[in-house]
Design a binder for this molecule. Structure first.
Ligand code: WTA
Length: 653
């Protein structure tokens, strides 16, 4: 099936953009009209960015799985919905057609129902990258249960926090998972997460690695046993629950600048329309193409572009269980050749780490099926962009640099493959429907092109200073977050108060004179480590739990592969300590509290931290020291004790 709203050339992009700003409701309703609804909307949009309150497709009814599965199971039943590649290249891959996917999802949806799950209940999913993860997610959506997927790299404590925050009543997990040469004991970790009281009544365990696990009677049940019960009942059908467009589809936890991660809430109708629209337009998806997004489903990229975007377009989506560097660093390229992938979507950190292995792992690969390649998750440096373009895309595939966030649901700023111009290291232009603005520190809109053009007219060559600001969005789009679960005030404070009347992204940005955006990174206290979002406050809390630690301050520093590394400055109670042993303990504490992804790369023990007289840590100074800048630390005269800076600088590692 081809989509009437697929943009086919630059003039259509301009036209669509113009229409989307002049008549957003007309624009989005024309697109939404092409989906299957039980009942259409009374109004397209109601919104208020002050409260905030955002509703798309008001009073419309639907079920997203009918759009992602049933309609394709009917019109193209034998098209492969999911291609799955195992961690171990020797293990056979699996493919699931749309017809089979419908069957599997209905069957498992009945398992959920049979275990007491009802519409609106929260289900925590902590699973490896296997087809059953996708089946579990879609089965939740089928019956209107809210899924909350937790990435496999999080610790027991992080899982517990997420389970408690959403009062999940059921958990889907596996005995273990494979990641390269390692096995992750998922069930064992889940057991620790559930040791204290939670609302969880049932844990359904998929057998993946065969490792022995303890099964708590009455609570823990095997996935295959539950399926068998369905076979006995022969209940393979499961009518999709009728959902309001604004009912919650899922919660996904993400880090902010303060305290614990927050549960970003995305809703059924708007998210469906938005992920589909962006998938079709950014990647210029054509029927029968094979799409491969290398993200983990534990993150938003996996939700939107392994599952909901591609499936709502009837595409073949690829899911890979393993890692790019095992058994060797040619693994991604091998998967591309094996499955004849046409569109590849990966992260700059993966590109940089593979680039570091040289061209040998690429040389013997064809990569001739590729037509479009893309990146997401962090700024891509020019060197990595060119390597990807030249050696993977063989200079013939457009590269899409897609900027977006968990909170935006789908891609916001990106070139459209082969349609709008690509510029290395620029996400370029907003998608139709997206109205970004650059703000200066005082909340004044930077006038972009006008200001730059005036400056250029006056003979000024470098306009970068004029055109750098904080990125905000001034009008709602269907995929955006509606609230943070259980705490609406937090949503308001986090995203809608820095610049009243605007959604604030937390990102800094530069715009060229043609209106192209280059996202430069977070301006709040959030780090982006290998494309994973982690709050510095979260890491500090974890470090501070370690006995002997008095206080800590965490900042990011440029890291060749990871994009950003984690640098911790720590004050320890005892004067002379065995620093290596103390470092190990701190790393252990962070791994326990958050997970392996938040391990500091560098830990420097200091006697004091640079604080203002009001007790605020001056992170700007620490950031500069961590970046290796020893001069130009800026004004330190407002510090309580300027001498600590000298000491920290001298002790830099
Ligand atoms: C960063 C991932 C530059 C940005 C989809 C954003 C990017 C954060 C890009 C969101 C890009 C994402 N260029 N920076 N193309 N894409 N980012 O929520 O800082 O895991 O705010 O969503 O990643 O990370 P999140």
């Amino acid at each position: 099936m081809s989509f009437s709203y697929q943009i086919k050339d630059l003039s259509q992009y301009k036209e669509a953009y113009k229409k989307s700003v002049e008549d957003p409701e007309g624009f989005w309703s024309a697109i939404a009209n092409e989906f299957i609804w039980r009942k259409k909307w009374d109004r397209v949009l109601e919104w208020n960015f002050k409260k905030p309150e955002i509703k798309w497709f008001v009073n419309a009814k639907l079920n997203i799985t009918e759009n992602c599965i049933d309609r394709w199971a009917e019109t193209q039943p034998n098209t492969i919905a999911l291609l799955w590649e195992a961690n171990d290249p020797a293990e056979p891959s699996r493919s699931i057609t749309y017809r089979k996917l419908l069957f599997e999802v209905c069957r498992f949806a009945n398992v959920l129902k049979n275990n007491g799950v009802k519409k609106g209940d929260r289900v925590c999913i902590y699973m490896p990258m296997i087809p059953e993860l996708m089946i579990g997610i879609l089965a939740c959506a089928r019956i209107g249960a809210i899924h909350s997927v937790v990435f496999g790299g999080f610790s027991a404590q992080s899982i517990r926090d997420r389970i408690n925050d959403a009062s999940c009543s059921l958990v889907l997990t596996a005995d273990g998972g494979y990641r390269g040469a390692k096995q992750i004991p998922l069930k064992e970790i889940m057991d620790v997460a559930l040791r204290d009281d939670t609302a969880v009544k049932k844990v359904i365990v998929f057998k993946r690695t065969g490792v022995s696990v303890s099964m708590q009677p009455g609570r823990d049940i095997w996935w295959h046993d539950e399926l068998k019960k369905m076979d006995d009942l022969q209940s393979f059908e499961c009518t999709a629950e009728t959902m309001d467009a604004e009912d919650i589809l899922f919660i996904l936890y993400t880090s902010g600048s303060t305290g614990k991660p927050k549960g970003v809430v995305l809703t059924c109708g708007g998210y469906m329309v938005y992920t589909n629209y962006t998938f079709i337009n950014v990647f210029q998806y054509k029927p029968r193409q094979i799409f491969f997004c290398t993200a983990d489903i534990g993150w938003i990229t996996g939700h939107s572009y392994i599952i909901y975007g591609p499936l709502s377009a009837g595409a073949t989506t690829t899911m890979f269980e393993g890692i790019p560097t095992w058994p060797d660093s040619g693994r991604f390229w091998e998967v591309v050749d094996k499955h004849k992938v046409n569109i590849l979507y990966t992260a700059p950190t993966a590109i940089r780490s593979l680039m570091a292995h040289g061209l040998d792992p690429v040389k013997d690969k064809k990569l001739d099926s590729l037509q479009v390649i893309g990146t997401v998750g962090e700024p891509i440096n020019e060197e990595a962009w060119h390597w990807y373009h030249d050696h993977i895309g063989k200079k013939k595939c457009p590269v899409v640099d897609t900027w977006w966030q968990t909170e935006t649901g789908g891609i916001m700023i990106s070139n459209l493959a082969g349609i709008t111009p690509q510029i290395p290291s620029f996400a370029t232009l907003p998608l139709p429907g997206i109205q970004p603005v650059l703000m200066d520190e005082n909340g004044k809109i930077i006038r972009g092109s006008d200001a730059a053009e005036n400056a250029l007219a006056n003979g000024k060559k470098d306009t970068s200073e004029l055109l750098t600001g904080n990125l905000c969005i001034k009008f709602p789009w269907p995929g955006m977050l509606r609230t943070t679960y259980g705490d609406h005030e937090r949503c308001r404070l986090n995203y809608f108060t820095s610049y009243p009347g605007f959604y604030f992204t937390g990102d800094g940005c530069f715009m060229d004179t043609n209106g192209n955006y280059r996202i430069t990174g977070r301006v709040d206290d959030v780090l982006n480590v290998s494309g994973h979002r982690i709050g510095t406050a979260e890491i500090e809390n974890a470090i501070d739990m370690e006995p002997g630690v008095i206080e800590s301050a965490v900042v990011g520093f440029p890291h060749e592969i990871k994009g950003q590394g984690i640098y911790a400055f720590v004050i320890h109670a005892e004067g002379k300590i065995d620093e290596d042993a103390a470092r190990k303990k701190i790393i252990g504490a962070v791994t326990l509290v958050i997970g392996v992804i938040a391990k500091p790369d560098k830990i420097q023990f200091v006697a004091g931290l640079p604080k203002t007289r009001s007790g605020k840590i001056m992170r700007r100074i620490l950031r500069k020291i961590a970046e290796g800048e020893t001069e130009n630390l800026g004004d330190t005269s407002t510090l309580l004790d300027p001498s600590v800076v000298e000491e920290i600088r001298n002790g830099k590692i």
